[in-house]
Design a protein. Structure first.
Length: 177
């Protein structure tokens, strides 16, 4: 794992970020409930992901002492550490067994793989550098998004579990923040 990533991807940093995400999602949840609007877990994952991007960019900018940008378009990395020229992606899921990526992404990235649950207060966060071949293509199944299974993640040696854990059977365990 890149030494700059190890400095960034600390349990302390991610716990602070996820606690802030939890608080912000609580406010979003209240609005959703007040208006009686239904969002699927996929929609909610998109919202949580965007909230995490903005929250993480603000947290890391303050902590690192230089600008960390969050994506404003799909072409941009979710997080970009300007001083060290480092791009990071955030992949969000509501499941405990897989993440979905972009089939046509050309570059390897460092990722924050995040799983959320309960009332947006239980999280699993892992940092890992993934190559294109780490993702299982689903194009043959007429589905555009490649997937990364928990089993595959567990087999990778170069990962840092920051929030939550992986149990002795290789299953994800979310942590209440």
């Amino acid at each position: 794992m890149d030494k700059d990533v190890v400095k960034i991807a600390t349990r302390e940093n991610l716990l602070e970020i996820m606690k802030d995400v939890k608080m912000k999602m609580g406010a979003v949840r209240k609005i959703i409930d007040d208006y009686g609007v239904f969002f699927s877990n996929k929609n909610l994952s998109e919202m949580i992901g965007k909230i995490m991007e903005k929250t993480a960019s603000e947290h890391f900018s303050k902590k690192m002492g230089y600008e960390v940008k969050n994506a404003l378009t799909d072409k941009e990395p979710d997080l970009f550490f300007t001083k060290i020229d480092l791009s990071m992606e955030i992949k969000m899921t509501s499941t405990k067994n897989a993440w979905t990526g972009g089939e046509f992404s050309k570059r390897p990235f460092h990722y924050f793989l995040v799983s959320w649950g309960e009332e947006f207060d239980h999280f699993f966060v892992c940092c890992v550098k993934l190559e294109k071949e780490d993702w299982k293509s689903n194009m043959s199944n007429n589905y555009y998004g490649p997937s990364l299974s928990m089993k595959k993640l567990n087999s990778l040696n170069d990962k840092i579990v920051l929030v939550g854990s992986i149990d002795e059977k290789g299953r994800m365990v979310r942590e209440k923040v």
